[in-house]
Design a protein around this ligand. Structure first.
Ligand code: NAD
Ligand code: ZN
Ligand code: ZN
Length: 392
């Protein structure tokens, strides 16, 4: 089959590789009809996640048609259409029983590596380096889906791929980021980052009862999308001082909750940003915490910091004194996607979400290397691409 292969930083290629086969009784093989590139894939593309190997197949947002199932999969049959959650989870361990699927204890065969780095292991994720299991990803014509009896959700034929594809990751991620804010009537929520995760976080914050949502980024088209699509109040951090603007917009108190939809590659200006870039380049700091610092200082006393952006390891110069003394709550995590599949599918049907609006580009899988470059450079109004493995 054809698949997108990671070779090195900024070097990904579509190549022929062996087709996946069933390994375990609870596996399924999916023929992928639509797949996408996530902000998390950019961290791999930019070389910030250790434990990638030349030959790894990328991609964790995908859907398609079931081709084959193992003996242990009774709820799916060949021909079913499914969306696959990016978190691989067994459905029956301590964490899965509490619907904390991204912490599954049985789906990461490289748990030892994760324990060394993070203290404890987390769930397996498709196409995401050794530390999350080294699984082959879904930017490919086919993929093997473990625990297929508990992960994928069936999709009826009246919904097309683009309406439901983002159930695999982005929509639940934006939703969980907002849910973690424990939004109360009248709340003001500030969202850093207006990529797809930010857009869905903004929409979800309104749906969950926020009175005002403030969207922060530097790309005018993304800010425009946030205000047109979700009536967010947009701030461009290249032109305004975010700390001062947030104070002014909230009567001096600060937002009730702050969402990080940016992650480890936060862009910034000034001395601290240069310090982060230098330390990250030397390998002395894995992540650039510009956004975390800003949230920790601007959130109101007693407020909530919700981190959806992905961080890998260690950061520096983080104002923990501000967090402690001002009684902030931090909530975070890779998304527990399985928990949100049915409720968010219902919300798509009800018209609460129209996820396909975030799509700005459609390309065949063969052009994936170009799509990664466009995404990295945010060229041509790029927000989100859907890749079609079977298009010519
Ligand atoms: P994206 O790259 O499209 O969007 C990131 C946005 O952040 C960009 O628009 C960028 O301009 C903006 N940004 C950069 N620095 C900023 C700053 N200092 N202040 C404000 N905005 C800034 O990516 P995406 O697909 O929307 O993903 C966003 C983050 O969410 C990534 O870190 C991704 O890894 C993470 N993510 C997490 C999960 C999870 O399970 N928690 C799932 C999916 C994605
Ligand atoms: Zn993702
Ligand atoms: Zn589990």
């Amino acid at each position: 089959m054809k698949a997108l292969i990671w070779h090195d930083k900024h070097d990904v290629r579509v190549e022929s590789v062996p087709d996946p086969v069933l390994i375990n009784p609870r596996d399924a093989i999916i023929k992928i009809t639509s797949t996408a590139i996530c902000g998390s894939d950019l961290h791999l593309y930019d070389g910030f996640v250790p434990g990638m190997h030349a030959g790894d197949i990328l991609g964790h947002e995908f859907m398609g048609e079931v081709m084959e199932v193992g003996k242990g999969v009774r709820n799916l049959k060949p021909g079913d259409r499914v969306v696959v959650p990016f978190t691989i989870a067994c459905g029956s361990c301590f964490f899965c029983r509490q619907s904390q699927h991204s912490l599954c204890e049985n789906s990461n065969p490289n748990a030892g590596i994760a324990e060394k780095f993070w203290g404890h292991a987390t769930a397996g994720v498709y196409g995401y380096a050794d530390i999350t299991g080294g699984y082959a990803g879904g930017q490919a014509e086919y993929a093997r889906v473990p625990f297929a009896d508990v992960g994928p959700i069936k999709i009826d034929d009246d919904l097309d791929d683009e309406q439901v594809l983002f159930l695999s990751d982005l929509l639940p991620t934006g939703y969980m980021a907002a849910e973690n804010c424990d939004i109360q009537p009248g709340d003001v929520v500030a969202v850093w980052g207006c990529g797809p995760v930010g857009q869905f976080a903004i929409q979800s914050a309104y749906l969950l009862g926020a009175e005002r949502v403030i969207a922060i980024d530097r790309f005018p088209d993304r800010l425009q999308m946030a205000s047109d699509w979700s009536r967010a109040e947009a701030l461009n951090y290249e032109y305004v001082n975010i700390a001062e603007a947030l104070k002014e917009m909230t009567g001096g108190r600060g937002p009730d909750a702050c969402i990080d939809a940016v992650g480890m590659e936060a862009h910034g200006t000034g001395l601290l940003a240069a310090y982060d870039r230098a330390k990250q380049w030397m390998g002395a700091e894995t992540d650039r915490p510009m956004v975390l610092r800003e949230m920790m200082r601007t959130c109101r006393n007693g407020g909530t910091i919700s981190i959806a952006g992905v961080y890998g390891g260690f950061i520096d110069t983080v104002p923990i004194g501000s967090v402690m003394n001002r009684a902030l709550t931090i909530k975070t995590g890779q998304t527990h996607v399985q928990r949100y599949l049915q409720p968010l599918l219902d919300r798509i049907r009800q018209g609460d979400f129209d996820p396909e609006r975030v799509i700005t580009h459609r390309m065949p899988l063969a052009e994936a290397p170009q799509a990664y470059r466009m995404f990295r450079d945010k060229q041509d109004g790029y927000v989100k691409v859907v890749l079609k493995p079977w298009a010519n």
